[in-house]
Design a protein around this ligand. Structure first.
Ligand code: UTP
Length: 314
């Protein structure tokens, strides 16, 4: 096994149905969050963790993704002539961030299928997976911690977040391995609690959920996952689920290295979900160096007008 991870796979071929009609002609990953498309935060996060060989798994309608990370000479020339250095830097930066490769998924048969499509590019190396519609505040730090845990344990690593029990049915959920009734934890620093995982289940009913530790969109996987995915049948929703393949990695810890879950306690946004998307915009705008102060003042004055305002139907 090679533990030095350099490659990341970014699945971005989902249909984005929760955000229709906005995502009818524009991929959800291209919806802007403050001043850049959601996908750029994900690419920047991978780069912060020193992953610079990126494979984006895309589908139809997704050419704007490729355009965003490409050079636009005419635009650059125009900005240069105007002497608009800051915008020129911002435009150039997107094409210089990383070495981005693209692959079409074909039929969107599920996240597991999208990851399987990366097999040839990744080869026999461990690799990271970053979901293209998940923005994680300080995600670079989380990813670095996951890579360290992978190196230390040889396991595949998944990021989880504690969620209220009534929300577990929206996520994949992990079952921590128990020793004498307590989760088997891995010695790491207090900021990043990590536990060995016995099982993973996709979108369980709250009464059947093994814990409230919900999988969020960051993984470091051993290459053996490809062999498992090749024979993983469609699961929940008729899709090939990455969670189902990881269940086998967890169950065969001796041979396949097992699975470790690291608990993330920071802010994370699923930008394919309307409410989370709005939260991402408001919270990141409030922290933005250029407009943050204005936004914070406006939020405070707007909040004071919000008493009993009726919902608008459009
Ligand atoms: P989601 O379930 O959030 O994406 O998948 P979706 O299918 O676009 O969502 P809906 O239609 O709004 O419910 C999680 C991640 O897996 C990718 C998505 O692009 C997203 O990053 N994905 C999902 C694929 O790449 N291919 C697929 O077949 C399914």
């Amino acid at each position: 096994m090679t533990s030095q991870v350099t490659k990341a796979v970014i699945p971005a071929a989902g249909l984005g149905t929760r955000f229709l009609p906005a995502t009818k002609a524009i991929p959800k990953e291209m919806l802007p969050v403050v001043d850049r498309p959601a996908i750029q935060y994900v690419v920047e996060e991978a780069v912060q963790a020193n992953l610079t060989d990126l494979l984006m798994v895309t589908g139809r309608n997704k050419t704007p993704l490729e355009n965003h990370f490409d050079r636009v000479p005419a635009l650059e020339d125009a900005l240069e002539k105007r002497g608009d250095e800051s915008r020129l830097t911002a435009v150039r930066r997107t094409s210089e961030l990383a070495d981005v490769h693209y692959l079409r998924q074909g039929d969107p048969l599920g996240l597991g299928h999208a990851v399987l499509r990366a097999h040839q590019h990744v080869g026999k190396n461990s690799f990271a997976v970053l979901l293209g519609d998940d923005i994680i505040d300080d995600g670079g730090e989380l990813l670095r911690e996951m890579l360290t845990l992978h190196e230390k344990t040889g396991a595949s690593v998944v990021a989880v977040q504690e969620v209220p029990t009534e929300q577990v049915s929206s996520y994949g959920v992990v079952a921590p391995h128990l020793v004498d009734g307590a989760p088997e934890s891995i010695e790491s620093n207090d900021a990043w609690p990590a536990v060995w995982v016995d099982g993973l289940v996709e979108k369980p009913a709250p009464e059947q959920a093994p814990s409230n530790l919900a999988i969020i969109g960051r993984y470091v996987l051993r290459h053996e996952v490809f062999e498992v995915l090749q024979r993983t049948s469609p699961g929940r929703g008729g899709e090939i689920q990455l969670t189902d393949a990881m269940q086998e990695l967890a169950a065969r810890r001796e041979e396949l290295g097992g699975v470790v879950a690291v608990v993330f306690r920071g802010r994370r946004y699923d930008t394919g979900n309307k409410f989370d998307y709005l939260k991402a915009n408001i919270e990141l705008a409030a922290a933005h160096p250029e407009i943050g102060e204005q936004v914070r003042e406006w939020i405070q004055s707007y909040a004071s007008t919000l008493t009993n305002r009726p919902t608008q139907n459009r």
